[in-house]
Write a protein that binds this ligand. Structure first.
Ligand code: M6R
Length: 614
């Protein structure tokens, strides 16, 4: 989703802004732009449809001087992707330039009001309305930019992260946030602005995460000033980010997605570090221990999430119900937030989000909080909005995930959910000691078993070539493997644009079986677990209709290999942790099919990494 970058200091702003936009490319976008106040105090705005590289081409030969600037990648909401709708937008007089992430819901009313005052608009965006409104307010009373922004934002309904520059004051950027992330990086006599810390870490590790309705005023060689819409000073905490540049680069892999798939063994180790003991027979999630009374008192857990994180939630439900004997519901955050759900102080809500910025999940958290529920967050992006809105939680610690298709975050989320279920189950006395120790030991072996699966990469790449013809895919699984089937299907459709559906295997005969013919690839998670025999029957039903079966089986399985067209053999894993292994070949399958089809794997069309609008 839209990316914001800003710089003010003593260096040339343009290269910093362009590099920053590239770091934010992973968020997904369709146009890009930059505004600079030049050395001769001109406001230069350059923008174009397409990639940041297209913007660079467009800008070559133009004046890119200046030590202050703002830049933006836009993911279209109001108005098609085109250069007129791209940000930055500027005011009628050409004095103010503004970038915006979010949605101004009452833009139509504001636009009408400004049009009546003689303002003309060059775009169909909600954002242009805001910059015109700022100019209108500023010019009426000749007030300073900060005051004009404060007054304008008081009229705005919606979500925003903005940065505004005034051509007539090249020493200041004013930035504000509400329900859309914004980070200020603090350097020596210079400041950086960005939607997340990735464009900033190259220059400084000192950051301030703005809170809702806070406005930052950043001036060269001056301390950071943060105020609210009523101009009351807000205390702000300077935090240290611990991201390194290597994590933001491809490190020799052709795509971030492949790098992130291969990072999973290390990520799972990082996720367990300090939580599973060295002997490998105990696990402690400190947030669970710190809030154990509240968690143990819960009558019900509700997991809210979207997309891949929702799939992790489905696995979490089985883990928590099995080990803690507490009923768990799993809800799409987008449905939950508008459903007037029955929820109260007896409930614990677990919000799962890689980015920690998903608007629907954040809104679900706020709703549950307002009804007195206790909120536990499971997130990856440190310092993001959801962890800050929750009562407690656990980070998954898998490092920045850049590929739009989530991979390592999913396995990290499942690992945290397993550790949560084990820690709580032990406190509650609903898991016996021998079972507890055996699951912890198995958890410790997951990274090495993942390594084994990753050795299948070449074979899966070969297999993928057969399937580039396919227009449809079905993924099946039962029990713990059902969410894996959903996740496998989601990965394939996101990056290869092949239509794919995941089903619980036994549901097939209630409808989807009508789709099966010799053209239909059916991927079945059929490892040797509780429902193995049942899944075998499901495979036979598919074969009887000439479907083409790719089965994930446990190494040494010689029954399904006689029935399926292709088998992918995986190391044996305890059923409750099997998703951590079976998901990996499905990620690779989706990746290689998309590569064979020549797709933009890391930035698939229409998708955003961080869905900060509803
Ligand atoms: O950042 P979140 O985990 O809250 O994101 C939720 C979904 O938008 C996300 O998982 C999406 O489905 C991914 N593109 C999946 O690969």
């Amino acid at each position: 989703m839209c990316g914001i970058v800003g710089y003010i200091g003593h260096r040339k702003a343009y290269p910093i802004l362009i590099k920053g936009l590239k770091r934010l490319e992973y968020r997904g976008y369709d146009s890009a732009g930059v505004a600079l106040i030049s050395d001769s105090c001109q406001l230069n705005v350059y923008k174009t449809k397409g990639k940041v590289a297209d913007l660079e081409t467009f800008v070559s030969q133009k004046d890119i001087s200046g030590t202050i600037g703002i830049a933006h990648t836009r993911w279209a909401t109001h108005g098609e992707p085109c250069s007129a709708n791209a940000h930055p937008h500027y005011s009628s007089s050409g004095r103010f330039a503004l970038i915006h992430n979010g949605i101004i819901e009452n833009y139509a009313v504001l636009k009408e009001k400004l049009q009546a005052k003689g303002y003309h608009f060059n775009s169909s965006t909600d954002t242009e309305v805001l910059v015109q409104l700022i100019e209108y307010i500023q010019s009426a009373d000749h007030i300073d930019l900060l005051t004009a922004v404060q007054l304008a934002l008081r009229e705005v309904i919606g979500a925003y992260a903005i940065a505004v520059m005034d051509r007539d004051n090249p020493d200041e950027i004013v930035a504000a946030r509400k329900s859309s992330p914004l980070v200020v990086g603090i350097g020596e006599g210079e400041f950086f602005l960005a939607s997340d810390a990735t464009p900033i870490v190259e220059y400084t590790d000192k950051v301030v995460y703005l809170e809702d309705e806070e406005i930052a005023v950043i001036r060269r060689d001056s301390p950071l000033k943060v105020v609210n819409l009523n101009n009351v000073e807000c205390p702000h905490k300077v935090q240290t980010v611990s991201m390194n540049l290597g994590q933001l680069e491809k490190g020799g892999y052709p795509h971030f997605m492949l790098k992130e798939i291969f990072e999973q063994p290390a990520c799972i180790n990082d996720c367990m570090r300090g939580r599973v003991n060295i002997e490998g027979n105990n696990v402690v999630l400190s947030a669970v221990i710190d809030y154990k009374e509240r968690l143990l008192a819960a009558k019900r857990f509700i997991i809210v999430a979207c997309g891949t994180s929702w799939h992790a939630g489905l696995i979490g439900k089985q883990l928590i119900e099995t080990f803690c004997r507490i009923p768990v519901e799993v809800e799409y955050a987008s449905e939950f937030r508008y459903r007037d759900p029955v929820i109260g102080p007896d409930d614990v809500v677990i919000a799962i989000s890689q980015s920690g910025e998903t608007a629907d999940t954040l809104a679900a958290v706020e709703l549950a909080k307002s009804r007195g529920a206790f909120i536990y967050g499971i997130c990856n992006a440190v310092g993001s909005s959801i962890p800050r809105a929750t009562d407690t939680g656990s980070y998954i610690h898998v490092g920045p995930e850049i590929g739009v298709a989530s991979t390592k975050a999913f396995t990290g989320q499942v690992t945290v959910l397993a550790m949560l279920a084990l820690t709580l189950g032990r406190e509650k006395g609903t898991i016996d000691e021998a079972k507890f120790v055996s699951v912890v030991q198995e958890l410790q072996h997951i990274p090495e078993k993942m390594e084994e699966v990753l050795k299948l990469n070449d074979r899966i790449a070969e297999l993928s070539k057969i399937f580039t013809y396919a227009h449809n895919f079905i993924y099946l699984g039962r029990g713990y493997a059902y969410p894996v089937a959903l996740e496998g299907a989601l990965k394939l459709k996101e990056i290869s644009y092949i239509h794919a559906e995941g089903y619980p295997a036994a549901e097939m005969k209630h409808g989807p079986i009508a789709l099966i013919d010799a053209e239909m690839p059916v991927v079945v998670v059929a490892t040797q677990n509780g429902l193995y025999e049942k899944v075998l029957s499901n495979i036979q039903e598919i074969k009887a209709r000439k479907g083409r079966v790719v089965a994930l089986v446990t190494k040494g399985d010689n029954i399904i290999s006689r029935v399926a067209d292709t088998v992918i053999e995986l190391p044996a894993v305890m059923e409750c942790l099997d998703p951590l292994i079976t998901t990996v070949p499905l990620q690779l399958l989706a990746y290689h099919i998309a590569v064979c089809k020549g797709m933009d794997v890391d930035q698939p069309r229409n998708l955003a990494k961080s869905v900060t609008v509803e």
